[in-house]
Structure formats: C-alpha cells, structure tokens
Design a protein around this ligand. Structure first.
Ligand code: ZN
Length: 164
C-alpha cells in the first residue's frame, strides 16, 4: 500500500523546492551596465535590499533583466523568478504581472486596480510558488519587493522604493 499525497501537499512541496532552488541559485544575478531602466527596492522590516536592472528595446520589449543585492530567501527567489518571467515581455505586460502579483499576495495595490479580465488573463505559472507567503503576512513585503522595484524602474521613478 502506498501513501497518497493530497494534491495540495504535493504542490506545496514542489513550490517550496522551487523557492529554495531560486534562493540558492538566483537566475540573472548581476548588473546590466547599460541598463535603460533600474530601481532599488528596500524592505527595512527584513533588511532586503535589491537593485533591479532592465534593458528595454525601442519596441518596449524587455531584452534583459538582472538584479543584485542581498535579502532573505523569499525576496531573492521572488526577484529571480521575476527576471525569468519578464525577459521577452513588453513593459505593459510586465506591469500587469506586477499588478497581479501585488493583488494576489497583498490583496491590494496602490496601482490602478486592473480589472478582473486582466488578472485572469495572466498565467502566473511558476510565480504561484510565491503565493504561499500569504499565510505569513510579515513575509509578503519580502515577496513583493522586487515587483515594486520593477514597477518603479519601468515607470522611471528616481527615488528608491521602500515597502514602508
Ligand atoms: Zn525578506
């Protein structure tokens, strides 16, 4: 007789492994020297400090995305997953991912609320792994930090963003 996992448990374990993997071996870690857009994100609550760099072409497509800095496993994994997600997207779509992630994780956003159609249209894919932090409200800011920096960078805000 074998022990059957509940689907939920199995998925949770896969997501946990995905986050650990991205935290240990962050993808696209480093700086883009000739970045067209960049922004720093600071989460004083946890001590996460990340800078995101983007190379956006003349058609508004994100050619490359990188990040550097230091932070907890959740913040680093989130930034790593972000870079994987947005490379190849146009900036408008990348910002939709931002709005969707902040909505899903924090249940609110200071950005314009995208309508339900826009949110449903986004397939979060691997990013669903981050949704588990909803159960730990103090970690939500760790998970959304990189996304706020993405938004700030693409909207060319000069000030560093803080989750506070
Ligand atoms: Zn953190």
């Amino acid at each position: 007789m074998s022990v059957a996992f509940q689907d939920g448990d199995e998925l949770r374990e896969l997501y946990r492994e995905l986050i650990i993997d991205h935290a240990k071996s962050p993808r696209h870690f480093g700086k883009i020297d000739a970045a067209t857009h960049s922004a720093e994100g600071i989460n004083p609550l946890c001590g996460d400090k990340l800078t995101l760099y983007f190379d956006v072409d003349s058609n508004d497509r994100i050619r490359d995305a990188r990040f550097e800095g230091s932070g907890c496993a959740i913040s680093v994994a989130s930034a790593s997953l972000l870079t994987e997600t947005v490379i190849g997207l146009d900036t408008k779509r990348a910002l939709r991912f931002f709005a969707t992630m902040v909505n899903r994780l924090a249940g609110r956003t200071d950005e314009r609320q995208p309508d339900a159609d826009e949110i449903d249209e986004i397939d979060l894919g691997k990013l669903r792994a981050l949704e588990g932090v909803k159960e730990y409200p103090s970690r939500v800011k760790c998970a959304t930090l990189a996304w706020h920096a993405l938004s700030a960078a693409l909207k060319r805000k000069a000030e560093p963003v803080s989750t506070e």
